[in-house]
Design a protein around this ligand. Structure first.
Ligand code: ADE
Length: 263
């Protein structure tokens, strides 16, 4: 069971996504709990002000600290944690300045017994005193800047939730696929047997499970070699994989030569 909360000024950017597909089913099955909280509910002025102009001047608005502290404290109460930094709650702040998100981090979120609070920044950022007091774990989903942390939080929740045992119908698929083994996936085909003149590789309809396994392994290696050769660089390959990689490299060289000759 993965328990998390998303603190945001824009709950409608988050909640509808959680109500679809796998994330919806994971919650229905009791394998995932996500509570989406509007930070404006933790403000007490007439206008529900959660942001203000920056000290020192300049463009943009800064999210106020107090509504965030109050929201985190309310969640800690709900989770039975004494206070936000007593290590019983994991506070994640999506930020382009953070540590790069990865399959390994997704796994660590999925396996964490603590509730995870995603603190979503917007506008120019969050009052620095939130970071100083709560020491959130800053995580980036890539070297680009989003309009806020909500989409990044959803990316992390999605990637982690599918690793919670039972969320995917077939647990083997989580283990088999891209990145969990640092290889990209092999190609998939489904019915019909012919689509716009394109068929299905014979081996997949051969019924020979061993040949299918080897074909899939080789195509996974080919995909990785062609699209993400960096993933193969630091990898120690077993004997079968080494042989398949050699074949893939030879085939790729042969097709490059054929291309030059115009065959
Ligand atoms: N907020 C804005 N940009 C982001 C990014 N790249 N990753 C995580 N949070 C963000």
């Amino acid at each position: 069971m993965m328990r998390c909360a998303v603190l945001t000024l824009f709950p409608d950017m988050v909640a509808p996504v959680l109500g679809q597909s796998m994330l919806k089913r994971a919650q229905e099955k009791g394998l995932l709990e996500v509570s989406v909280r509007n930070l404006r509910d933790f403000t007490f002025d007439r206008h529900k002000t959660a942001d203000d102009v920056p000290y020192g001047g300049g463009a943009g608005m800064v999210m106020k600290a107090e509504p965030i502290f109050l929201a985190v404290e309310a969640l800690c109460d709900q989770y039975g944690a004494a206070n936000p930094i007593d290590a019983n709650v994991r506070i994640v702040m999506p930020s382009p300045q953070g540590r790069p998100f990865s399959q390994e981090l997704a796994k660590s979120l999925a396996e964490d017994a603590r509730p995870i609070v995603f603190l979503c920044g917007h506008y120019e950022g969050i009052d620095e005193r939130v970071r100083l007091a709560l020491h959130p774990e800053e995580i980036s989903v890539g070297d680009y800047v989003l309009t806020g942390g909500e989409l990044a939080a959803l990316v992390m929740i999605d990637a982690a939730a599918r690793l919670v045992p039972g969320v995917l119908g077939d647990q083997a698929s989580a283990e088999e696929e891209s990145f969990s083994e640092a290889l990209l996936e092999y190609p998939h085909y489904t019915r019909p047997a012919e689509v716009r003149g394109m068929g299905v590789p014979d081996v997949l309809v051969s019924g020979n499970h061993e040949r299918i396994r080897v074909w899939r392994r080789k195509e996974a290696i080919r995909n990785t070699y062609q699209k993400r050769p960096d993933l193969l660089r630091d990898r120690v390959l077993g004997k079968e994989d080494q042989q398949l990689l050699i074949e893939v490299m030879q085939e790729s060289l042969a097709s490059a030569c054929a291309g030059r000759r115009g065959d």
